[in-house]
Design a protein. Structure first.
Length: 438
């Protein structure tokens, strides 16, 4: 079976958060594979734990890509403090064609465009895909999953994630895909009160979830509990429409949001200070005025660190992104760009970023607790990835075994889903529920 078919059969999607089907990234023209192990957000230790405990499977996955494509080299990109903990050095060869690249402990080092530039010196054109520069980027857990598939024939039905934040004992665990968040927190003796907010993902780019209804997906990197009064939590509750209305009158045009924007510093034509002064009504009529909004990586530096007026350029830009998506518009260009000379002086240290968000005191190295799988129910979403939702192949009351396919890939961009526990099926709208049979 070809590698692309193997990856699709396994139900592999980007484990770093975006959820793009992994098989679709394997395109002709790539000469370099980058493995993103930067974990640029504070409080996250998932990739670090995988690298420290399961490096052999990570390397097996990377080797499978090299051996089955025309790619000549692979680069494992990790921060310098991570390398120190793993006793790895810059340029060290891990296996034939696989070397280590150390990154500064800065935010957002894991942004795909920034990562590619730091690791290879190549700068992806605004609006273009990494493959246009001969690059494919996978997350550490993605290649780990591939390693398990090629060596053990195992499909993706387990998920590694960090459970941390304002908790007594932060941990990294491995759980079945579909594990209900409330069950996971209960198993770790974590109680969430009204003073706290629960995130799926990191404190910067993670999304607020209801722990009573949410479940772990293939893209869940972490479950983070933070104070609702923290800057990190408050920023996620800003209404884009209200933010745009306020920004039109409150912005003093100091340009700090643009001056510190990582994508702008890479030479991208993204200027948040101009975005906040563009009337939403004008953008509704002439959306091309804000088309560069699609170049934003969503890091949040503009709203949490740069702005002195309490404005959220990120929220405004998110509103424009929704408008552009509705109109099926995206920024593209045939012109290359160059990083700005001041870029190296405006890098945000990860520690400084954590302090800015008000969560630095929670950044503690977690304990790996192993596999937690004694849950009575899992709820597997049919659409937790980019592309078309998976199509169920099971029926109500049917019993399935762990690893068995329960939904096939739809036409086009899509992946199948597999049972993560033994149990009985219940179809429930956009998800497959499996109740464990004791």
């Amino acid at each position: 079976m070809e590698l692309k078919e193997l990856m699709k059969e396994a139900g592999m999607v980007g484990a770093g958060g975006a959820g793009f089907p992994s098989y679709a990234k394997l395109s002709e023209g790539a000469d370099t594979l980058l493995i993103n192990g930067s974990e640029c957000e504070p409080l996250l230790y998932t990739d670090y734990t995988i690298l420290s405990r399961e490096m052999s499977f990570v390397l097996s996955g990377i080797e499978a890509v090299i051996q089955n494509t025309n790619i000549k080299r692979a680069i494992l990109c990790i921060k310098d403090h991570t390398a120190k903990s793993l006793s790895l050095s810059d340029g060290e060869e891990l296996s034939f064609g696989i070397r280590v690249k150390l990154l500064k402990s800065s935010y957002p080092a894991g942004d795909e465009v920034s990562l590619i530039y730091e690791a290879t010196g190549r700068l992806v054109r605004p609006g273009a895909l990494p493959i246009t520069k001969g690059i494919i980027v996978y997350n550490v857990e993605t290649v780990y999953n591939l390693g398990r598939k090629v060596r053990l024939g195992e499909n993706v039905y387990m998920k590694w994630l960090t459970v941390g934040g304002d908790v007594d004992h932060p941990a990294v665990v491995t759980v079945p895909v579909g594990t209900r968040v409330r069950d996971l927190l209960y198993s770790l003796s974590i109680k969430v009160d009204e003073r706290h907010t629960v995130l799926d993902g990191g404190p910067s780019m993670g999304k607020i979830i209801n722990p009573d209804t949410a479940s772990v997906t293939k893209t869940t990197k972490a479950i983070i509990i933070i104070p609702s009064a923290s800057r990190a939590a408050e920023a996620k509750r800003i209404n884009p429409t209200l933010a745009a209305s306020r920004a039109e009158t409150a912005c003093c045009q100091c340009t700090r949001c643009t001056d510190m924007c990582p994508r702008h510093l890479l030479g991208y034509p993204l200027e948040p200070h101009k975005m906040v002064r563009t009337a939403m009504q004008a953008a509704d009529v002439l959306p091309h005025l804000v088309i560069s909004a699609t170049l934003c990586c969503g890091c949040g530096i503009c709203e949490s660190l740069a702005c002195s007026q309490g404005i959220s350029p990120k929220a405004v830009i998110n509103g424009y992104k929704a408008l552009l998506s509705k109109n099926k518009m995206k920024y593209t260009t045939n012109s290359d760009v160059e990083p700005r000379a001041e870029r190296s002086y405006r890098v945000i240290p990860t520690k400084k970023w954590a302090e800015t968000l008000g969560i630095a005191r929670f950044d503690k190295k977690p304990e790996y607790l192993g596999i937690l799988s004694d849950f009575k129910r899992v709820e597997i979403p049919l659409r937790a990835h980019i592309g078309a939702p998976s199509i169920p192949t099971v029926s109500d009351g049917q019993t399935v075994r762990r690893g068995e396919m329960v939904a096939i890939a739809a036409d086009g961009l899509s992946v199948p889903q597999h049972a993560s526990v033994d149990g009985k099926i219940t179809l429930s709208g956009d998800r497959i529920i499996i109740d464990r049979i004791d």
